[in-house]
Ligand binder design. Sequence first.
Ligand code: MF3
Ligand code: CO
Ligand code: CO
Length: 311
Amino acid sequence: MTNRLLLNKGDVLSMMLKNDKIKIGRNDPCPCGSGKKYKRCCLNAKNPKPVNLEKLYQQKYDIRLKHPKDVEGIRTAGRLVIETLDLMEENIKEGITTDELNTIAHEFAIKNNAIPAPLNYRGFPKSICTSVNEVICHGIPENRALKDGDIINVDITHIYGGYYADASKMYFVGTPGPEAKKIVSVAAESLKAAMKMLVPGNTIGDIGWAIQKYAEGEKCSIVREFVGHGVGFDFHEAPHVPHYGKKGDGIVLIPGMVITVEPMINLGKADLFVADDNWTAITCDRKLSAQFEQTYLITEDGFESLTPYDL
Ligand code: MF3
Ligand code: CO
Ligand code: CO
């Protein structure tokens, strides 16, 4: 690994290299974007070409940075996602079934020329995910009525004009008990802790570290089997965004990255199993689980939520 690169002052990458946050190996793709190996291109060149971060991230990590027109598309899809989540809030009450919520969300998407991404995604049979109480995520809407005291996560991903936006939030049905209040609060604060890390120059590991420090400090546990992800051109893109980790580990955040952060926090143990339907993930100890998710753009000086709502 070496740091020999020609960089413009002020370039995010120069900071990354100075802090040793990004390492280019001799056999890695050359950061100039030529597609050649670094050792066969700029490593020993007298006049190394400038770094092309977009190509570097594509070749090294399979990460597709988003241009302003892409961001605009994702933002528009995100607005429809938020409107759908608001519609869920209006409808969630004792007695409604998760399948009825699915129908409402599906029809709203279609009416607005959006496609619900989950429908038929790897065989998923419905348009949204509805995860109640001990269900961690990927709950399939069904003919089961919500009851007083339940907590429910609704996770919505719409495709609009070819662009994906992905967000979810928690709702109380009727009056929440103390455990429901606790886990929903810890899940929301976990996402807020993550948001503080969304600055170029920080790493993917910093995001997980912040969540872990907070959530485990609250004596809750973090699900490891499901992670946040790149999003926008597709439902799930590189990179993985784990909700646990070490400070400074992993890929450096740079402007133009669009990722989800979606920590799943359990009141009891982290262990889960997947039901016979091959989707529904449930806590082994049957204790409550909660999750909030948004889609974030990394900007020059921080981040913008492309699916903004108050936490
Ligand atoms: N929306 C989920 C996520 O946050 C993925 C759901 S996949 C589905 O990544 F098939 F269950 F919809
Ligand atoms: Co997601
Ligand atoms: Co989601």
